[in-house]
Design a protein around this ligand. Structure first.
Ligand code: FES
Length: 116
């Protein structure tokens, strides 16, 4: 089931989370605010950065530095390089295995990344 909610800026976001399941239960988790390319979004405690972005409807995490093709979730276990993003100023972070934290600054990566 997909539901709509308003983020801290009053913008409508589309959550893509399973809310009801015939066998599994999902305990309520704390909401965390983070920033994606400067826009405030919300995720849940226990999310990876990629799962929070995915739940907020973000599918394109960056673009390949040569072909400029969009990149997103692929393996989702930290074995490829499809989800590299800049997190808190650090490039080449595999966001599919990086835990979401309150106030994180997450940015699309469209190049090889320059170390700070
Ligand atoms: S999707 Fe493959 S490392 Fe993140």
């Amino acid at each position: 089931m997909v539901s709509l909610w308003h983020d801290s800026l009053g913008e409508v976001n589309q959550l893509n989370r399973i809310e009801h399941h015939p066998i599994l239960t999902f305990p309520e988790k704390r909401t965390l605010t983070f920033y994606f390319d400067g826009k405030a979004l919300s995720g849940k405690e226990g999310d990876t950065i990629a799962s929070a972005l995915h739940a907020a409807g973000v599918r394109v995490l960056g673009h390949h530095f040569k072909s400029h093709r969009p990149r997103g979730f692929y393996c989702a276990i930290g074995n490829c390089s499809s989800c590299l993003m800049v997190v808190n100023g650090v490039p080449n972070v595999r966001v599919c295995v990086e835990q979401l934290e309150e106030g994180m600054d997450v940015r699309s990566q469209n190049d090889k990344g320059v170390l700070p």
